[in-house]
Design a binder for this molecule. Structure first.
Ligand code: ADP
Ligand code: MG
Length: 213
């Protein structure tokens, strides 16, 4: 497959909205264990607003599309996850530029820039028990798969697997960032909600890439 165009990216966003709606209660349960029980509601509200915005007028270029997603998340989601997810998509858009399609390396570069934006904003490091712990291994796996010659469908599938493994690895960790860090040792023994939603983000990216290949 040559790359992902605006149609495939829009399909990704729709799939993410749908799975967030489907898993909303689970995300809320995870956040009720170590946070304030709003991650499912936050993400669901944000993605509903994003899809409404895109349905109202489909952006013609990849950067416009991704920036619209980011700005809508920043303005519609409170809490930590709005600015973090918003920054991810805004940085992805800035890095992508005014093109109609991203090839595999351009997609990986935009996701890497998005991850860097999340770090610039939230200062998370590996093992802090945040969404970084799902996203960083996913972006690393994407780069490695592409460098190894995998096509985009296989590379995004590898990224999705790495994100899920990263999510699972947050369970024993003690949170050092965000609201969960207020619990100290009591945050151990639970999955991080943001890492759980990021694993869904990469799972749906892999589905959209497979569908368009
Ligand atoms: P809030 O914590 O404000 O209620 P959410 O519940 O929507 O917001 O999101 C919580 C998630 O945000 C956490 O599970 C964690 O993954 C992520 N998070 C919080 N702080 C940071 C940070 N500084 N860097 C990266 N991710 C963070
Ligand atoms: Mg919360």
């Amino acid at each position: 497959m040559a790359g992902v165009g605006t149609a495939a990216l829009t399909d990704w966003i729709h799939r993410f909205r749908d799975v967030i709606a489907e898993k909303r209660e689970w995300l809320t349960e995870l956040d009720s264990a170590i946070g304030d029980a709003d991650h499912g509601a936050n993400m669901s509200r944000g993605m509903d607003a994003v899809v409404a915005k895109l349905d109202a007028g489909a952006p013609a270029t990849v950067d416009e599309l991704l920036k619209t997603v980011g700005m809508t998340l920043v303005s519609s989601v409170g809490g930590a996850s709005g600015p973090l997810y918003g920054t991810l998509f805004l940085r992805m858009g800035m890095t992508a530029g005014p093109v109609t399609e991203l090839d595999d390396t351009a997609l990986a570069a935009s996701l890497r820039a998005g991850l860097d934006g999340i770090v610039a904003r939230g200062r998370a490091e590996a093992g802090d028990k945040t969404l970084f712990d799902a996203m960083a291994p996913a972006v690393d796996a994407l780069d490695a798969a592409i460098a190894g010659g995998a096509d985009l469908a296989a590379a995004t599938a590898a990224a999705a697997d790495a994100a899920a493994a990263g999510r699972d690895a947050t369970e024993p960790l003690v949170a050092r960032k965000g609201r969960a860090s207020y619990l100290g040792e009591r945050s151990a023994g639970h999955l991080d909600p943001g890492a759980a939603s990021v694993a869904l983000l990469f799972a749906t990216l892999a589905q959209a890439a497979a569908e368009s290949s």
